[in-house]
Write a protein that binds this ligand. Sequence first.
Ligand SMILES: [Zn+2]
Length: 419
Amino acid sequence: MNAETKMKIMQADQKQNGQTFKKLLLKKRIFEIFYKEGSKPIAEICELTSSSIPSVTQIMNEMTAEGWLMNVGIGKSKGGRKPALYDLNPEAGLISSIELSRKYSRLGLFNLHNEQLGDIVEIAEGLDTSESIIQTLKAELDALWKRNNVSKQDMLGLGVTVPGLIDIKTGVSYSYPQFGNKPLSEYFSEHFGLTAVIEHDTKAMAVGEAWFGLARDKSNVLFINIGSGIGLSIIINGQLYHGHSGFCGEFGHIQMDPEGDLCYCGKIGCLENIASGAALVKKSQELIEGGKSSIISNIVAKDTSRIKLKTIIDAANQGDLFAIELLEEAGEYLAKGISILIHLFNPEAIIIGGEMADAGNLITDPVRQKLNKYTMMRLKDDTSLLLSDLKERAGLLGTLPIVVNNVFTVKDGNTLLSC
Ligand SMILES: [Zn+2]
């Protein structure tokens, strides 16, 4: 039974009512437990769902017949007979994932054990640089499926991360008019022929961190994505916070320098204009063209238009003083902003992710040092500053639980229940 057929059974179940609805809720809960925690015996599922052995056994038998679950061996005995262990069949449904950025895009293919199939495909085209980015993505996704001998029928869904402002109520992008007035999920579902779920890029990265990275087992975490821009995700009491309309986290657009340059958002002196990858690239280009000496010139063979944030980080990691000072200065302004966040949110951890995470101590040291200057000691000591270890995979991985949750979202009249 392929993923498409299994989902049709699920949708048919959803149309029924009463007893079936209750059963479906339990099915969703069981699926969720296996997806999140891995293999378990029936007795533990009964405990975790507060359900009887006969009802759990019946549903798990059904899920096994449909191909969602499989027997994966024998577990440890807790006194009596050793129990049979069950787990999700990793191939029961695959997830295609797309990370769309302003200047680049990434594609990945994953199974239900969150294992990556094949390579992460990197495309040097993004929303700001290509008008035909959707066609390019379709072609690359088809090629990725072919290389892995899978097809559309094997997919549970498509997860897409998009930058900019997305209205959480209407699902419409306010930053990219090319998607029209349609909810982004509809736009991508139509273009790719798959059920698509959309999340804002930095928020998806935070979901990735919460499920698979350093935010796992933490409840109050701030995630700062520093790439060409600067974004923030807020996890409060274990839940991703979206704000009134979904626009929260525009950390890059708080004013740091009233005398600063005009930002593309229309305001003056934004943090993003000073400490983002795009800002550091611009500054390094101006200074190097003005005669500043740095190994960056050698790395790009004197063609400053080729400088990227990665170039600056590579140079700094090789001990280049100019690049180290650029990062230090960015760190000072980031620390100013981060100290405001610590005073407001009292987070357990702040995770720095995105491309900037590759700078390691060269970015965290200056931030830490300046946090001493700007932050009340009691609050500062309560927060750990961490570097993401998922790095560029955080966004793609973050779409996986969102797609899985969407497949098993249960509709009962007007009530939408989700994980
Ligand atoms: Zn701005």
